[in-house]
Structures are given as C-alpha cells and as structure tokens.
Ligand binder design. Structure first.
Ligand code: PEP
Ligand code: MN
Length: 262
C-alpha cells in the first residue's frame, strides 16, 4: 500500500485543516518533553507566532536510562491539549504502548518513535484507528524496513502515515546520529507517503539544526520537526539540541526563503 508503483500520486494528509504532502510543507515545533503548563503554553505561543503549523511535545518519553525523566504521561497529554486550545495548533505526541491509546483521543498526530519503529503490535493497533501517524525511522533500520513498518499500519486500514528521517547510527561521533538526508529523495521515489526530516534528533546539536533544517527543505521534504524550548539549558530532555524561540524564528525566516527556491 505504501509503494509508489501502485499509487503514483503523492498522498496528502489533512491534519485538522493542515495539509502535508504533495507540495504542502509543514513545520512541527515544540519541546522534547512537556514539562509544565507554563512551559508548553509559552513555547506553543512562540512557535505559532514564528509560523509553525503544529506543536510537538513528549508526554511518554522513551529514555535510554530508566533513571532519566520519563515524561508527565497522561498529564502531559492534558497540557498539550491545553496548549492546543490556546493556540489552535494541532498536536503531535509519541505513543509507546497501545494500552494507552485511549489517552490519545484528542491528539491530532500520534508519533511512533525511532525505538518503536518495529513494535509490530503497536503498529497493528495504530492501523485500526483513523488518525495520522508520524512514523520515525529506527536507529539502525533501512528505508525498506521503515516502509514495511508503514505497511503494518496501512494494512489495518489506516493509510495516513507520515514518514520521518531522524538520523541513523553510524561510526561518526561528531553528531548524535548521522542525518541520512538522501532518505528524502529515496523515499519519495519508493513511496507516495509524505516524508519529513528531524534535524534536531539527527544532529543532537543546536548549532547544526538551522543548516540541516534548510537542507531538509532543499532536499524536497514535506516538512521538518524541530525541538524548541523556552529555556534550553534547563530542559528535562534534549536541551543541547533545542532552539530558543528566537532561534526558531530565525530558522523559519530562512526556511521560507529556501522553500521559495525549490
Ligand atoms: C522525540 O521526537 O522526542 C524522540 C524521542 O525522537 P526519536 O524517536 O527520533 O529518538
Ligand atoms: Mn527529543
């Protein structure tokens, strides 16, 4: 179902009025983790003012260490819904376990994180609902494997899948992951599904986010996901790669310039 061969036209997904794919470019921005009401509402207002189309924020966090902040869970989703009410931005948040699916009723896009790309029971459960799914590439998975995971969701009847390149593990330690930007044209050839890039997780370094966000747009992606925090040095997670609202505003201005040239 994901194969371009059997479905030549680009799929355009409507997220609460925001279109993505087939020439519709979206910017998804927000903190790595939802931390409290003031933080998420403040960041939501700032990214909206800068021109973001959707708000992201993690409530259930897949952390490498069990001692690291695990997210506000159900309360985090409530706070995202609050920020959505204030700004009107559709919200994107990660799910780690299908047992909690009921909590995502009013979430606009459900994210499957890199670590769960091949959690097949989760993918099957998401195939049975009617809601856009943002599927991130696994840390060490091929594009074929990413598409097979999309297929798990689509096989159940939910064909609203957005793919995300977020960097893969290589031997290069200069960046958190290695941003495989050629995944964008490669996936566009292989599939009709929208493809976005995440330069924040791909690089892990704030100073690399702007150049790689611009490169993502130049490569023809259907959108970018960027982490933004009101006070990155105090962020509960991923502060080193989070932009300040002012830095995000600057990226948005340059993104518009790059997009007008592709
Ligand atoms: C995230 O988006 O906060 C996240 C955990 O990303 P990834 O699954 O790509 O590591
Ligand atoms: Mn993060």
């Amino acid at each position: 179902k994901a194969n371009r061969k059997f479905h030549p036209e680009d799929t355009v997904i409507d997220v609460n009025g925001v279109k993505i794919g087939g020439g519709h470019f979206v910017t998804i921005a927000g903190p790595c983790s939802v931390e409290n009401e003031k933080q998420i509402v403040e960041v939501a207002k700032r990214v909206k003012a800068a021109g973001a189309d959707m708000l992201r924020g993690g409530a259930f966090k897949p952390r490498t260490s069990p001692y690291a902040f695990q997210g506000l869970k159900a309360e985090g989703i409530e706070l995202l819904l609050e920020a959505k009410k204030v700004t009107g931005l559709p919200i994107v948040t990660e799910i780690m376990n299908e047992a909690y699916l009921d909590l995502y009723e009013d979430v606009d896009v459900i994210q499957v994180g890199a670590r769960n790309m091949q959690n097949f029971d989760l993918l099957k459960a998401l195939g049975e609902i009617d809601k856009p799914i943002l599927l991130k590439r696994g840390l060490a998975n091929t594009l074929e494997e990413l598409l097979m995971s999309a297929e798990y969701i689509m096989a159940g009847g939910n064909e609203k899948v957005i793919l995300c390149e977020r960097g893969i593990r290589t031997f290069e330690p200069a960046t958190r992951n290695t941003y495989d930007l050629s995944a964008v044209p490669a996936l566009h050839e292989m599939t009709h599904l929208p493809v976005i890039g995440d330069p924040s997780h791909a690089t892990g370094k704030r100073n690399f986010v702007k150049p790689m966000a611009l490169a993502t747009a130049a490569a023809g992606a259907d959108g970018v996901m960027i982490e933004v925090h009101n006070d990155p040095s105090r962020a509960f997670s991923d502060g080193a790669q989070s932009l300040t609202p002012d830095q995000f505003d600057d990226v948005m201005k340059s993104l518009r310039a790059v997009r007008s040239t592709v």
